[in-house]
Design a protein around this ligand. Structure first.
Ligand code: PLP
Length: 408
């Protein structure tokens, strides 16, 4: 892998304690409740935390754990945890109000028992792909109608992956941020329920549920890490970001659970749509303009989520940007396996966190900047599998099934 350009910004606002204001956004008690809900869903299984000893040795660190989300609920990405959960919560609330029965549970909603009463209810969202798929899946289970807005840059494969859950998918001109504004306007005009994964002033409750859903993955990873290796947990965590909801959920959970032993937290973005990097540098939410075009399509976002920024401003150690070439090269490294490690199938956005690790680990100046040492233990999140198989084969030179055969 050739040396890739990378930008690193050290966060000057990192604070010590996970305080009560942050706990109002995300907290451990709610994480436990969401875990108990989601683990009761059919098909729930913790995704594997893969040990990569070959790569650890090659990079000169003690441990690398890769939380592989490719199998999550058969949906191909961690996003299955957030959007679908938020849909269930909204449908349950709607039914509680319209029927006057405060005891209607998420299980009641999932059972489809109330499908008749919610046939007029429409949920909607804007998406780069995976979030829309999750919302469509949730709506299908509940039995309500779903309209998903995608932008110009979303591939046909990703569009079909959403439509297969019975959603009406509408493509609109512009980038991800245009589709977010469009979905917001459409939901207001038609009285639809907007299930967005990003938050902004006046719209925070639902994205908060989405993020809290992601905390299930963080809790699984922590439990798996402690069972496999040590109570101490990882020393470094790399998480890729679009609007930052995922990174904030993981950062918050590990911080609250591990306290002073919390790992060094590194937020990774594509260089063309680095809204958190820009926001961190300017210490205020900013809009990154332009096409925001990136191979890491699910990370394409021009404005960070308000709530995610509140958490990451206090909790992240570094904000990092990587070029598309780094993600592509990392997909190939993962598909091959290093030093006897099992090959892994990762999509473009799923490989981004590891791409930053690979780049930093090979340059001593950058290593020391983030205190990456021989005794470091690194946790990565492989947030998606090959969601666009055509693009995967072009980048890796093998189809996902050819790589899967190597994993046997
Ligand atoms: C595969 C994948 N990884 C990471 C992310 C980033 O999540 P967020 O937008 O919450 O930062 C997304 C978002 O859609 C995604 O689909």
């Amino acid at each position: 892998m050739t040396r890739q350009p990378i930008q690193i910004w050290k966060n000057p606002h990192r604070s010590q304690h996970y305080d009560t204001e942050l706990k109002q956004i995300l907290n451990r008690e709610r994480a436990t409740a969401v875990m108990s809900e989601l683990s009761s869903w059919p098909g729930y299984e913790p995704t594997p935390l893969r040990s990569l000893p070959g790569l650890s040795q090659a990079l000169g660190v003690t441990q690398i754990g890769y939380k592989d989300e490719a199998t999550r609920f058969g949906m191909g990405s961690f996003k299955a945890l957030g959007g679908a959960y938020a849909v269930m919560r909204q449908v349950a609330q709607y039914l509680q109000v319209t029927t006057g029965d405060p005891d209607i549970s998420l299980e009641d909603v999932r059972s489809g028992r109330y499908a008749k009463q919610i046939s007029d209810l429409v949920v909607t969202t804007a998406t780069d792909g995976n979030h829309g798929r999750s919302v469509a899946w949730g709506a299908q289970q509940a039995g309500c109608t779903c309209v998903i807005f995608i932008h110009e840059g979303v591939s046909e494969e990703r569009e079909q992956a959403i439509a297969q859950f019975g959603a009406r998918v509408e493509r609109i001109p512009g980038n991800y941020d245009s589709s977010v504004r469009w979905a917001d306007a459409q939901s207001a005009a038609n009285n639809w329920v907007l299930i967005a994964d990003t938050s902004y002033p006046g719209y925070t409750e639902i994205p908060c549920d989405v993020m809290q859903g992601y905390s299930v993955m963080a809790e699984e990873a922590l439990q798996q890490w402690q069972a496999l290796w040590s109570e101490a947990g990882p020393t470094h965590v790399f998480v890729q970001a679009g609007v930052g909801g995922l990174a904030a959920a993981i950062c918050a959970h590990l911080w609250e659970c591990l306290g002073d032993r919390r790992p060094i937290f590194i937020v990774v973005e594509p260089e063309n749509s680095a809204c958190l990097y820009e926001t961190a540098q300017q210490d205020q939410l900013v809009d990154v303009s332009g096409s925001l075009d990136t191979l890491m399509g699910c990370l394409s976002a021009g404005r960070a989520s308000l709530l995610a920024w509140d958490i990451l401003r206090a909790g992240a150690d570094f904000f990092v940007t990587i070029p598309d070439a780094a993600a592509a090269a990392t997909m190939r490294v993962l598909a091959q396996g290093t030093g006897g490690d099992r090959p892994i199938i990762a999509g473009e956005s799923g490989a981004a966190g590891m791409a930053a690790l690979l780049t930093i680990a090979k340059q001593s100046g950058l290593r020391s900047q983030i205190q990456l040492e021989a005794d470091s233990r690194v946790l990565l999140f492989g947030t998606e599998g090959a969601m666009d198989p055509k693009s995967y084969a072009q980048i890796v030179g093998k189809t996902p099934s050819q790589v899967a055969e190597l994993c046997q």
